[in-house]
Design a protein around this ligand. Structure first.
Ligand SMILES: Nc1ncnc2c1ncn2[C@@H]1O[C@H](COP(=O)(O)OP(=O)(O)O)[C@@H](O)[C@H]1O
Ligand SMILES: [Mg+2]
Length: 326
């Protein structure tokens, strides 16, 4: 039996937060009143994309910027990369202004859409980016091999990128962002357009980056992605910061205790009801939990791969993970 307070997160989230202790208090990213107003061709005010954002991201954490389309996520990332200049306020990365060229060596970037050369293969692509960072040939070869291994594209490394699926393209995009072994990685919508398997692989890669000591700032409009991997999140809406905090704290329902058990006889359930009543508590639910659609889908696909040809019996269910998201 496992007892958890509130809605416990799923296993990924726990993986993320169990290593969160390694997050240091060293500030890697800081924004102060960061504001961006896009102007049109004539210099007239057009869109207030980001309004006085104050944020701090610490070394070793996975920080998520969450918000609907147009809420200013990509604008924030571009300001942190020094690709855009703020209208007012400051973006500070590694203690320097975000536009400082010194930072280029220490930051990796996966854009919302990667524009990679369609006629190069994975090795050639990464080799090309290694050259841009003036890496010597021997180091480049080792780094390219290591990254292809990391993103799991060894089997397709000699194929031209035009033959890559969206998921493979996203993974080579991530490898490209890591070519200079950056300490800080900025990922703009890393899972958009990926199927559940591709999404799972990308999320695992992001957790792997954290395990290797990187600081990750990712943005997404997909709630589940952010919930699964991020230690802390900021929610943006129309350029304004609406919420900021640890994911587990934000998702915990403080006054609810969840009890989960397997193989419990009816009498035990009755006893539990009695205990709760005796202590003046209110029984909200005692039920058989559902799994998430993602869990179910991944389970079915894994089963299909393990047992080709087997047809659905209606009995296939992923093993209950305790504690798991409900
Ligand atoms: N280059 C640009 N010129 C004018 N407006 C822009 C430009 N880029 C983004 N915007 C606008 O700024 C707002 C925030 O955009 P963006 O940062 O891309 O949002 P998100 O990444 O959260 O979807 C949107 O209203 C968008 O239309
Ligand atoms: Mg965007």
């Amino acid at each position: 039996m496992s007892v958890s307070t509130g809605q416990a997160g799923n296993t990924d989230q726990q993986a993320a937060s169990s290593t969160a202790a390694e997050t240091s208090s060293e500030v890697v990213i800081e924004t102060r009143g960061l504001t961006k107003v896009y102007r049109d061709f004539w210099g007239r005010q057009k869109v207030r994309a980001l309004k006085a954002l104050d944020l701090q991201v610490y070394r070793g954490e996975i920080f998520g910027l969450l918000g609907p389309n147009g809420s200013g996520k990509s604008t924030t990332i571009k300001l942190l990369l020094g690709l855009l200049f703020p209208t007012s306020g400051q973006a500070i990365v590694f203690g320097r202004d975000a536009t400082d060229v010194e930072n280029k060596q220490r930051v990796g970037y996966l854009p919302e859409e990667s524009y990679l050369y369609r006629f190069l293969n994975a090795e050639e692509t990464l080799d090309f980016y290694g050259r841009l960072f003036n890496m010597p040939a021997k180091q480049r070869r080792a780094r390219v091999a290591e990254l292809i291994e990391l993103v799991g594209l060894g089997w397709a490394k000699r194929r031209q990128l035009k033959e890559y699926s969206k998921g493979m393209a996203r993974r080579i995009g991530l490898a490209q962002a890591l070519i200079n072994d950056p300490e800080l990685v900025l990922l703009d919508e890393p899972t958009t357009g990926l199927d559940p398997i591709g999404t799972r692989q990308m999320k695992d890669l992001i957790l792997e980056l954290k395990a290797r000591g990187k600081t990750v700032l990712m943005c997404s409009h997909l709630l589940a992605d952010v919930q699964d991997v991020c230690d802390r999140i900021a929610i943006l809406h129309q350029g304004e910061l609406k919420e900021l905090g640890r994911v587990d704290t934000l998702l915990t329902v403080q006054d609810v205790t969840q009890i989960r058990a397997r193989g419990l006889p009816k009498e035990a359930e009755d006893e539990i009801r009695a205990v709760i009543a005796r202590h003046g508590g209110e029984l909200l639910a005692m039920e058989h939990p559902t799994t998430t659609l993602e869990e179910l889908f991944l389970h079915i696909v894994r089963e299909a791969e393990a047992h080709p040809g087997r047809r659905a019996t209606g009995l296939a269910r992923p093993a209950e993970k305790a504690p798991a998201a409900q």
